[in-house]
Design a protein around this ligand. Sequence first.
Ligand code: HEM
Length: 95
Amino acid sequence: MKWLTLVLLPHSFSSFAQDAKRGEKLYQCHGKNGEGNPKEEAPRISGQFAWYIVTQIKKFLSGDRKNSKMMPYIKKLSGKDINDLAAYILKMTTK
Ligand code: HEM
């Protein structure tokens, strides 16, 4: 059965790994490079730790934090979408 683990492992890794390229496609609003969007009062988020982004999005989804403008965008996201977005945001730089 060892061979089976070896065959299945790469696939399971790729489906859980954070995929910044995918995250880039899902990303919207807080400025092109995550520098923030003053007009929308959306704060700077570029380079923020992935765990923090994931935690905050979950807080908005659960109602612990409230922002009605963001809800239409984030309520459609799957767990993988949120992880991928966080991976992309971590890589963003405003320099
Ligand atoms: C995929 C879409 C989006 C993602 C992943 C996202 C992500 C986030 C995150 C992680 C925070 C928390 C920042 C922090 O605690 O430092 C936040 C806050 C915020 N976002 Fe977004 N956002 C999205 C879309 C939007 C849109 C479309 C708008 C406005 C049109 C928006 C406006 C705001 C505002 C005003 C806050 C501050 C809310 C508060 O502190 O109550 N966001 N966003």
